[in-house]
Design a protein around this ligand. Structure first.
Ligand code: ZN
Length: 295
């Protein structure tokens, strides 16, 4: 009735995929493969429509809902979760019934949000916490996992609100990555590494500061090691797009890994081909000031 076993296998498979690819999962070759449950292949979602119940399920409730990258404005973020619109048409339609059954049965589902074509940020366990029939929407809220991994709703309102904040921050980070990485042709701006699983979108000016907006000119694409070094002010990028390595690191002599950092000193970064997507020099100046003071 609740398909608890199938839902658990779905979540555990997503855990493994996120350990490999991060929060933002590619559809092609990854989500498109689905998961295996009782020797059957079960799709994770339906890329064409929002509300999805798998054919392998015996219960009536949806397995997942999805906000498409093409229609992000139908759904809305609030401090209490995400408002998710019914499918157009009758409330008695199969999809809307599956959505409302997820509310009645209080089963955990997955919420996929398109961050760019072919990529989905994934959030689970998610509960359909409230039905808002006059708005034709439901409120989705995050659940938690027990130490053994079983999904549960939050009972404590403070913990739940904290989880909502955390999910919104991670979703924004995925969306930021989704605009910054393509601008840099999926390469590290310092070393040109082209392995998407090791690339992040780093803010130049932090998102809580003035001018810290999540726009491409406030971002750079960096591999994990250069991102960490940039965050720690061991590497800086000057407003004229040169890499600077901190004096402490330059004077240090300790093996080949350090060379990964030192060899780019005074080299120009790889820039997006479109001038409008290049890092904003004023923001770089603010950040470079911090680097120079730290070094
Ligand atoms: Zn790099």
């Amino acid at each position: 009735m609740r398909d608890d076993d199938l839902r658990s296998v779905c979540f555990l498979t997503l855990d493994a995929l996120r350990a490999q690819h991060g929060d933002e999962l590619p559809y092609k070759d990854v989500l498109a493969r689905g998961f295996t449950w009782r020797n059957r292949r079960v799709p994770f979602l339906n890329g064409q429509k929002g509300i999805y119940r798998a054919a392998a399920q015996t219960g009536p409730a949806a397995l997942s809902v999805m906000t498409s990258v093409n229609s992000p404005y139908d759904d809305e973020e609030t401090p209490d979760g995400f408002l998710y619109a019914y499918r157009a048409g009758s409330v008695e339609g199969a999809d809307n019934r599956a959505l409302l059954e997820a509310h009645h049965l209080q089963v955990p589902i997955v919420y996929y949000v398109g961050t760019r074509p072919g990529r989905f940020h994934t959030m689970y366990p998610t509960y359909v916490a409230e039905n808002l029939p006059s708005e034709r929407r439901v409120r989705l809220e995050p659940g938690r996992r027990t130490p053994m991994g079983s999904p549960r709703p939050f009972e404590d309102v403070v913990e739940r609100r904290y989880a909502v904040v955390e999910r919104r921050v991670r979703l924004h980070q995925s969306r930021f990555r989704g605009i910054v990485l393509p601008a840099y042709d999926h390469r590290c701006t310092i070393c040109a590494l082209r392995e998407e699983r090791l690339l992040d979108a780093a803010h130049i000016v932090g998102d809580v500061e003035e001018r810290g907006q999540a726009v491409v000119p406030n971002g750079v694409s960096l591999c994990s090691i250069h991102h960490r070094a940039f965050d720690q002010d061991l590497i800086g990028i000057s407003p004229d797009y040169d890499v600077h390595v901190s004096r402490a690191l330059m004077e240090d002599e300790d093996g080949p890994m350090l060379e990964v950092l030192k060899r780019f000193h005074r080299q120009r970064i790889h820039l997006p081909s479109r001038p409008s997507q290049r890092p904003d020099r004023e923001r770089l100046a603010v950040r470079f000031e911090r680097f120079s003071t730290a070094g």
